[in-house]
Design a protein around this ligand. Structure first.
Ligand code: GLV
Length: 320
């Protein structure tokens, strides 16, 4: 019987079929540490990793029985995919269930940063009746009639484009590859260069994977190319943005605002961001709903079962 090691503590609901078929090891009440996984992995055929669990060359070499890495995430920057593939391993991810919830959070951050929802909430709580209110106070910007620039037009980018269209926004995008015309027409989106996107967009949303090419895709020079009224949204991976340059841009009014669900240096933002009213911060909650957690577990399980039994499609990562 195949042996499956799950590195993270998770609701079992999505894993029922997996547990019925194979010998599955879960941690109890906390995630397994890297050291614990290192000890156990030589015995296992499958590693089910969380998006922040490092599956590097050393671990892959040490995992002598390993056949499959089934990642609990759409992103796979935690895995040395090139090395895993070169060693004959299969790598899978979970694009399906994460698409809508991540697009929801991107739209939520756009609305929040534009209309200053969290800022007003915070001021009401901390200032009470000392908060200035009135028809000319706390002015925001609307979404309707504005241009959204999406960098990374994969599933999440497309889902966000649909939401933006429902809000009356024009959508332009930049991507490694241009979409086919029928899809562009259906989504009513226009392909532009990165420079054009930065110059034209009122909102810039990052929806690209983290790769060596996309690291700091928004840095000091890109921030300066954006409109001073623009709002930057990042629900992808923190290192897409040079966070120190962003602090400066938000402080100096180089851009108007930002909404971040991910940070460059781990789980928490740079402390300087906490001081600023023109940024909305979330601790990587893009897929944080009960339903999504269970659906992602089902996707991880389906990838393992489909890999061994060939009885269902799996979502393979084909290149780094
Ligand atoms: C979440 O960040 C994911 O990659 O699915």
């Amino acid at each position: 019987m195949y042996k499956v090691l799950v590195t993270y503590d998770m609701f079992r609901e999505g894993f029922t079929e997996l547990e019925e078929r194979y010998e599955v090891t879960f941690p109890e009440g906390r995630d397994f540490t890297v050291e614990e996984v290192w000890e156990m992995i030589p015995e296992y055929d499958v590693l089910c990793s969380m998006f922040d669990f490092p599956v590097n060359k050393e671990l892959i070499d040490h995992a002598t029985n390993l056949k499959l890495v089934s990642n609990y995430a759409v992103g796979y920057n935690n895995i040395d995919v090139a090395y895993a593939l070169s060693k004959g391993l299969t790598v899978t991810n979970t694009p399906g269930p994460v698409t809508a919830p991540t697009a929801d959070i991107a739209l939520g951050l756009m609305l929040d940063a534009a209309r200053r929802i969290t800022e007003c909430d915070r001021k009401l709580r901390t200032l009470g009746k000392r908060m200035k209110v009135g028809v000319l106070e706390n002015l925001g910007v609307p979404l309707t009639g504005k241009t959204l620039g999406i960098i990374g037009m994969g599933r999440i980018g497309k889902a966000l484009a649909k939401r933006a269209a429902a809000c009356g926004m024009e959508v332009i995008y930049h991507n490694r590859h241009q979409l086919y015309i029928d899809e562009e027409t259906r989504l009513n989106v226009e392909y532009v260069s990165k420079e054009d996107l930065l110059a034209r967009a009122d909102f810039v949303s990052l929806n690209a994977p983290l790769t060596p090419e996309t690291r700091h895709i928004i840095g000091e020079s890109e921030l300066r190319q954006m409109k001073p009224t623009a709002i930057l949204i990042n629900t992808a991976r923190g290192p897409l943005v040079d966070e120190r340059a962003l602090v400066n841009a938000l402080r100096e009014g180089i851009i108007h605002g930002a909404g971040l669900d991910v940070f460059e240096f781990g789980d928490y933002p740079l402390p300087e961001l906490l001081e600023l009213d023109n940024v909305v911060l979330c601790p990587h909650i893009g897929t944080q709903t009960l339903e999504t957690r269970i659906e992602m577990a089902r996707a991880v399980s389906n990838n393992v079962i489909g890999f061994f039994e060939n009885d269902r499609p799996i979502t393979r990562v084909l290149h780094p």
